[in-house]
Design a protein around this ligand. Structure first.
Ligand code: F6R
Length: 258
């Protein structure tokens, strides 16, 4: 795992977008794993503003609420269409978001796993972190080998996501379909972005604490190619900041991004 600390949220989003852009340029038929949420909005704004060719890319989103139809303004499908897909030259048929209103949710999650495999696996998976340590909607105690499945959301997650539901956590759906921790770990490269003070404590536990199913993001420590991009506020509880800064300032792989 490598941790890069940027001065502010804008700089963290900028670096994240530049890494994604470089992967798309290097492999035009990249299979890109995507996430939703507030942290991703400035990342998608930047990607949309870059002159990138997504025409051969395929994408797989991490998750979707159960019971929210794709055309609903609160769905993650709609979020993705509006914030990214309609602003770039990707073919909508090449974009995948789990269908939270499928008649058979078990068949939907099995088919989602199959579609990822048929695409050759995910090259780069973008991730955010929830205040309870989730990645995707892998809430505390999600098995570290879990696959795409239906999952009940914690009260903390429903509180965190209430913004899209008139600030009323009770209106946030209770269940979601999500890639599993095991599914996420199979991506060839992982890129987690976390910004803002409310993420500081859980981020430090995930990055520097022991691996535990109580904090799904701690499983990222197992992945051989995982980058964590944070702003100063989200980095404030990390103990090894000097070392992370030294790596970013000195290692050749970061030269182009300094
Ligand atoms: C959303 C997802 C979640 C979010 C996380 C952070 O697709 O996978 O894990 O990345 O809840 O959300 P924000 O960015 O809104 O703080």
């Amino acid at each position: 795992m490598e941790v890069v600390i940027r001065p502010d949220a804008d700089a963290a989003a900028e670096l994240t977008a530049r890494i994604i852009a470089d992967r798309v340029r290097a492999k035009p038929d990249l299979v890109l794993g995507l996430a939703t949420g507030r942290t991703m909005e400035p990342v998608y704004d930047r990607l949309a503003a870059m002159d990138l060719n997504f025409s051969a890319c395929r994408t797989f989103n991490l998750d979707e609420y159960v019971g929210v139809p794709p055309q609903d303004p609160q769905s993650y499908r709609r979020y993705m269409n509006e914030r990214l897909f309609e602003r770039i030259n990707i073919r909508l048929a090449n974009t995948h978001v789990p269908n939270g209103v499928a008649a058979d949710l078990g068949a939907e999650v099995a088919s989602y796993e199959r579609r990822i495999k048929e695409a050759g696996g995910i090259d780069l998976q973008l991730l955010g972190i929830g205040e309870d340590g989730h990645i995707g909607f892998n809430e505390p105690l999600s098995a570290l080998m879990s696959r795409t499945r239906e999952k009940a959301l914690t009260p903390k997650t429903r509180q965190q996501n209430a913004g899209m539901f008139g600030d009323d956590p009770k209106r946030v759906p209770t269940r979601a379909l999500t890639m599993g921790v095991g599914t996420i770990l199979e991506a060839r490269e992982l890129l987690l972005i976390a910004t803002g003070g409310p993420k500081a404590e859980i981020l430090a536990k995930a990055v520097e604490g022991p691996i535990t199913a109580m904090i799904s993001a701690s499983a990222l420590q197992l992945h051989p190619r995982c980058k964590v991009i944070v702003d100063q506020a989200a980095a404030s509880s990390l103990t090894q900041r000097e070392y992370y800064d030294w790596i970013f300032a000195n290692e050749p792989e970061w030269q182009a991004y300094r």
